[in-house]
Design a binder for this molecule. Structure first.
Ligand code: NAD
Ligand code: MG
Ligand code: MG
Length: 338
């Protein structure tokens, strides 16, 4: 697998192009500010009366209403929630985007699951940063970046791939590495990663550990530190040098416990459930379930979200973090900015 860096990329390819970023959420905030700081001509496209307008203005970014912005765009990056993209594409992008322009995504969901079937006279590609939007911005500002995946679905003008690499480099991806993949591979692995390991698996593991200690009569504060706070310290070690570096740093006692107990929790039964989760993604069953829930006013999502927001772990955590001023000194997520 070939990894490319800034030195391998011709970012001048986008120098005279009008780049339109649709949406100013987690990724929209990061892409538009990074593109601007890299010297590109970027316009944020907003809905009429958008609540983000104030924040966009405060960041000194150009902005236009959706339809107007798309009409003169050379490249449109769709950074709306996945479930809203098909409608916005159909109503505003498809009728207005000029022939030969580029349509870009940060995740393959809509193309891979056929929610959007783009006009054939467009380039269609993906630049998917492998990290949360807030990190795409904060790492860029620190001089580093988040690795990016690129994929090409339609190459109408012949330089779609070069444009995708140029865009990835402009948002900081070329500092960490840019890898080419397909819409299918990115979509399926991204959904699996967030469901089984990064978000679903980790959150459930932390909650179950916390509950086990509290139900056994230990103080919730202790349980919070053990099962959540320390997780970051452990993951930082893994991030720096893999599981080996983490095991080098922890005590022999911890390492023995890790090696003898970990696989009792995550075992063949867990892996067989992981394979089921992957199969639901591959068959489109998960995508259908999610899109149906969105159409039903996010009924299931809202109910489950509410349930977890009130978990005792969150309450004790917010009290404890008040005492750790450094946790909030340079927050990754600042809700006043985006
Ligand atoms: P988000 O929910 O944070 O933000 C979406 C923005 O779009 C919001 O500002 C919202 O107000 C706006 N919006 C919603 N409907 C709109 C409409 N009809 N017209 C105009 N604006 C509208 O979204 P996000 O998490 O940044 O996700 C954007 C894309 O990036 C998705 O494809 C997602 O899969 C992908 N992605 C996200 C992350 C992440 O860190 N959140 C990481 C990698 C890829
Ligand atoms: Mg994802
Ligand atoms: Mg210990």
């Amino acid at each position: 697998m070939q990894v490319k860096y800034d030195k391998d990329v011709n970012s001048q390819l986008l120098a005279d192009k009008k780049i339109v970023v649709v949406g100013y959420g987690s990724q929209g905030y990061a892409h538009s500010n990074n593109l601007k700081d890299s010297g590109f001509n970027v316009t944020v496209a907003l809905r009429k009366g958008s609540s983000s307008e104030e924040k966009v203005r405060a960041a000194n970014l150009q902005h236009q209403e959706l339809e107007e912005a798309v009409k003169t765009a050379d490249l449109v990056m769709m950074l709306l929630p996945d479930e809203n993209q098909a409608e916005v594409y159909k109503d505003y992008v498809e009728p207005n985007l000029k022939s030969g322009a580029s349509l870009a995504f940060a995740h393959g969901f809509n193309i891979h699951f056929n929610q959007i079937e783009p006009r054939s006279d467009l380039n269609v590609f993906m630049i998917a940063p492998k990290g949360p939007g807030h990190t795409v911005r904060s790492t860029y500002q620190e001089g580093s970046g988040v690795p990016c995946l690129v994929a090409i679905h339609q190459n109408y003008t012949g330089d779609a791939k070069e444009q995708a690499y140029a865009y990835a480099s402009a948002i900081g991806g070329g500092r960490a590495g840019i890898i080419e993949t397909s819409f299918k591979e990115e979509t399926e692995t991204d959904l699996f990663g967030e469901q089984a390991v990064l978000c679903g698996g980790t959150a459930a593991l932390v909650q179950a550990g916390f509950e086990t200690l509290v139900e056994a009569g230990y103080a919730p504060e202790m349980a919070y530190f053990e099962c959540l706070h320390e997780l970051k310290l452990i993951v930082d070690l893994m991030y720096e040098g893999g599981i080996n570096t983490m095991r080098y740093s922890i005590s022999n006692t911890a390492e023995y416990g890790d090696l003898t107990r970990g696989k009792r929790l995550v075992n063949e039964t867990t892996k067989s459930e992981m394979r089921k989760i992957l199969a639901e993604i591959q068959s489109g069953e998960f995508a259908k379930e999610y899109v149906d829930d969105c159409k039903n006013n996010y009924s299931r999502l809202q109910q489950l979200r509410k349930q977890d927001q009130d978990h005792p772990l969150e309450e004790v955590g917010s009290q404890l973090r008040e005492m750790m001023s450094w946790v909030k000194k340079k927050p990754l997520v600042d809700r006043s900015l985006n």
